[in-house]
Design a protein around this ligand. Structure first.
Ligand SMILES: Cc1ncc(COP(=O)(O)O)c(C=O)c1O
Length: 370
């Protein structure tokens, strides 16, 4: 039984280097602190159409965008409900892609997996082989862009190009922890559904999920006998077309924060943001290779989350505690019991830059005595 632990008012501020939530700008936090207004007022239409259209502009997509109250897992579930009648192929290479398989199984779908050892990336040629050899007519194939548990960046562009040859098979991409810090040309690679959560590389407070939906995916849902109600593409997109609002009451304060942060993101621009994240990732990898080793298969390292192999056998939990205690910085252990002490993870996303990442690696060096 879990016992109540009373929340206090005196927690020290910690700088977040975990793979989300991450640091949020002061003015973005302040944007949430406004008197409430109604979700059917004109003001709400101004707010929602602004964040939807700004997101399309930032992502450089002509596809439709839904911003829904919830976390990324909402679209992990509803994209399966909306697009899959029977068979789905889920590529797995770590905890979050395994969660996608679990979600689809829970929804009663016929789930095949294309499994990779944790740390390895999904390969387009294997996807092609499976599509050619399988007797199943897959309604969809899923792939995680950034496997946050292992720090692997999958080649979703090449996988999308393979899937473009299979027009009846929809491509669903989990871009949580990547989008906003790692560029992807969504429209050029046949990605039908791509979703993310805002608390990762968008650097916003948690509470909203974003989904980019192709026309084909929208049409497919219309033909289905059943689909998600809350996360249905049709319901959200039709409501947007008619009223410029969301189908049910959204987390208005988080949308106010979104509006503010998306303006910052547009000002920086997608390319510059991508470049800043690349610089942080390259620095972190170099540091990791000097003192430890990188966990992911070479050539597939994430641009937003580095998973570092604990080759020195340091006490990861103790190091995290000491860095938190002495420097007020928090980074992550490896994911789950499997990688908990065998790896550790640094989230270099959102508002961070090379200097702030260097401050963390300096702190780790100091605590570990490197
Ligand atoms: C790759 C990936 N997918 C899905 C999720 C789940 O996202 P959320 O917690 O926003 O539902 C996470 C969370 O860390 C993730 O990293």
């Amino acid at each position: 039984m879990t016992e109540k632990r009373e929340y206090r008012d005196d927690y020290p501020d910690k700088t977040l280097y975990i793979p989300g939530p991450t640091e949020v700008r002061e003015d973005v936090i302040e944007a949430m602190s406004q008197p409430m207004f109604g979700h059917r007022m004109d003001r709400m239409t101004d707010l929602y159409t602004t964040i939807v259209e700004d997101t399309k502009e930032f992502l450089g997509t002509d596809n439709d965008v839904i911003v829904l109250t919830g976390s990324g897992t909402e679209f992990m579930e509803s994209s399966i409900l909306n697009l899959v009648d029977d068979d789905v192929l889920v590529t797995t290479c770590g905890s979050f892609s395994e969660r996608q398989a679990n979600v689809a199984e829970r929804l009663g779908k016929d789930v095949d997996t294309l499994e990779y050892e944790w740390g390895k990336a999904v390969k387009p040629e294997d996807v092609r082989e499976r599509l050619e050899e399988s007797d199943a007519d897959y309604d969809a194939v899923t792939c995680v862009m950034n496997e946050s548990s292992t720090g692997v960046r999958n080649p979703i562009e090449e996988i999308g190009d393979v899937l473009a040859e299979y027009p009846d098979t929809y491509f669903i991409v989990d871009a949580v922890s990547a989008l906003g810090g790692d560029y992807v040309d969504i429209d050029a690679h046949g990605i039908d559904v791509l979703f993310t959560s805002v608390q990762k590389a968008f650097a916003m407070p948690p509470g909203l999920a974003v989904c980019v939906v192709s026309d084909a995916a929208y049409e497919r849902e219309l033909e289905s006998e059943s689909a998600s109600w809350y996360g249905g593409f049709q319901r959200s997109l039709d409501y947007y077309d008619r009223k410029g609002q969301t189908h049910s009451t959204p987390a208005i304060p988080v949308m106010l924060a979104y509006r503010k942060q998306m303006k910052h993101m547009l000002e920086e621009g997608h390319d510059a943001r991508d470049g800043r994240h690349r610089e942080m990732a390259e620095y972190t990898r170099e540091w990791a290779r000097e003192h430890f080793a990188m966990f992911p298969e070479e050539g597939y390292e994430s641009q937003t989350v580095s998973c570092i192999e604990n080759t020195r056998g340091i006490d990861v939990a103790e190091t995290i505690d000491a860095v938190s205690e002495e420097y007020d910085m928090v980074f992550s252990n490896g994911y789950g019991s499997q990688l908990g002490e065998q790896t550790f993870r640094i989230g270099h996303m959102g508002e961070h830059d090379r200097e702030s990442i260097e401050a963390l690696t300096d702190a780790i060096e100091d605590v570990v005595g490197l």
